[in-house]
Design a protein around this ligand. Structure first.
Ligand SMILES: NC(=O)c1ccc[n+]([C@@H]2O[C@H](COP(=O)([O-])OP(=O)(O)OC[C@H]3O[C@@H](n4cnc5c(N)ncnc54)[C@H](OP(=O)(O)O)[C@@H]3O)[C@@H](O)[C@H]2O)c1
Length: 326
């Protein structure tokens, strides 16, 4: 027996219960792993509340990102062995556990020089930064970007990566200490969007020129204002909804706002093919190992306190990355 957090029905943080579970044995193509650190992500909140359907139904062991050690390999897994350090980001749940069985195709080996805690904190958020900056919109030197919730988990990684690519990086955040933290992680300018109209702020910072791309994971509270921060032919990337889903809108709005492009991407489609997952993880490991991006752990909670971690994430009390320790 090992311990895991389980959810038996959608609800608030109190539905996350710490229980005995049997992780099972690995079948063909699978491995049994012992987690050493588990990443906390907003998608875990969506699974808990029911905004996204629970992968595999109830009871659900939530969690989408972790690092650990291989304990046992199933048949047909010839590239991993017990003792290997691995990490992963998936949308199949199951990470809030001391041990789990997982398809080997989801994991990558963690290189020396990256700790288990860093790997658990960065796989989902860092590969999201990778595809948003390098594939959804290919950010290049001289581009100006706007990223909401700059001091969040994805934000602190993406800010550093965008600066490394040579962009002018504008962010938003809700408090003075978050603004300071974002500025220490690649953001050239950070607007307090609780106190200031961020559309006016972006216009002032860019001399009216606005942005090539807006990355918006806040959703309802920043829409449609985010569209007003874009140059003609700019790209609106809606990749999350921490304040609630954006309402349905007419395509003609994109014409009115300057012949804009709009997309709603997800990591799990961008990295669905094994070759894309490997390239994404390799690019992330490279920028971290080179020192271009620093991965710090901003909050740690015991796995059994996952409910407290959720309520802090939803309550905007976390900054940067959060991990759960089994
Ligand atoms: N599509 C994808 O592939 C993908 C992958 C990863 C993450 N995401 C999305 O990216 C976003 C960031 O994820 P994360 O795990 O790194 O979370 P996070 O950014 O650490 O936390 C969310 C942040 O959103 C801001 N926020 C604004 N309004 C909010 C509200 N009403 N309630 C709660 N937070 C609010 C808060 O920052 P302030 O206090 O500064 O406003 C909060 O800290 C999430 O929306 C997530 O779903 C999408």
């Amino acid at each position: 027996m090992s311990k895991a957090i389980r959810i038996h029905a959608n609800g608030g943080p109190e539905v996350l219960t710490y229980e005995d579970t049997d992780p099972g044995r690995p079948g063909s193509g699978q491995i049994l792993i012992r987690h050493t650190a588990i990443g906390l992500n907003f998608i875990d909140v969506y699974h808990r509340t029911g905004l996204y359907p629970p992968p595999g139904g109830f009871p659900l062991v939530p969690g989408s990102e972790a690092a650990g050690v291989v304990l046992e390999v199933g048949q047909d897994v010839d590239w991993l062995k017990p003792g290997d350090r691995i990490a992963y980001a998936t949308n199949v749940g199951g990470a809030y556990a001391e041990q789990r069985v997982i398809a080997a195709g989801y994991v990558v080996k963690v290189p020396d020089g990256i700790s288990d805690e860093q790997a658990a904190a960065m796989m989902l958020k860092g590969m999201t930064a990778e595809y948003l900056l390098r594939r959804t919109f290919k950010v290049k030197a001289g581009d100006t970007i706007l990223f909401h919730a700059a001091a969040g988990g994805v934000g602190l990684i993406l800010g550093q990566w965008a600066r490394y690519l040579g962009a002018t990086v504008i962010g938003t955040a809700s408090s003075a200490d978050k603004i300071e933290l974002a500025k220490a992680h690649g953001f050239d300018h950070v607007i307090n969007y609780k106190e200031q109209d961020f559309v006016a702020g972006v216009a002032a910072l860019t001399g009216g020129g606005k942005c090539d791309v807006v990355y918006d994971s806040v959703g309802n509270d920043t829409f449609p204002a985010s569209l007003d921060c874009l140059k003609p032919l700019g790209m609106f990337v809606s990749f999350g909804q921490s304040s609630g889903s954006i309402p349905p809108f007419s395509m003609s709005l994109l014409a009115q706002k300057g012949s804009l492009f709009a997309t709603r991407p997800t990591l799990f489609v961008y990295n669905a093919k094994r070759e894309d997952l490997e390239a994404s993880a390799a690019a992330l490991f490279e920028v971290v190992l080179s020192g271009a991006i620093e991965i710090k752990i901003n909050q740690r909670y015991a796995l059994k306190d996952a409910g407290k971690a959720h309520s802090d994430l939803e309550g905007r009390r976390t900054k940067g990355t959060t991990i759960l320790i089994p």
